[in-house]
Design a protein around this ligand. Structure first.
Ligand SMILES: [Zn+2]
Ligand SMILES: [Zn+2]
Length: 104
């Protein structure tokens, strides 16, 4: 009995290292990426079967958007931080807690 494991797997490619403006938060923290579909055998991507549409993923707020400025998914919940001193919610870009003034 021979098992031939083949399938289509998504693979995220970073198109360049140039930071772009995030349409969601306005910071130059977004990177242009693309998700391509690869035919993979034994979980190794062999060749690309479908080229994805480039999108911007913001390193700061975690939102996804098109280069045109259309926001696909807003700021991710994972970027929510709380102050360990006072427990208030902080923005990801805060270096100091705006409520109690402690450095982060
Ligand atoms: Zn952003
Ligand atoms: Zn605080």
């Amino acid at each position: 009995m021979f098992f031939f494991i083949a399938g289509i797997q998504p693979k995220t490619v970073k198109l360049d290292d140039h930071p772009r403006m995030c349409p969601s938060c306005g910071l130059y923290q977004a990177r242009l990426k693309r998700v391509d579909q690869y035919l993979s055998v034994f979980f190794l991507p062999i060749f690309r079967v479908k080229r994805g549409i480039p999108f911007l993923e913001c390193q700061s707020c975690g939102s996804f958007s098109r280069e045109s400025g259309e926001v696909l998914a807003g700021p991710a919940q994972r970027s929510v931080r709380t102050c360990p001193y006072c427990g208030k919610t902080l923005e990801p870009e805060h270096r100091f807690c705006p409520f109690c003034g402690k450095p982060m």
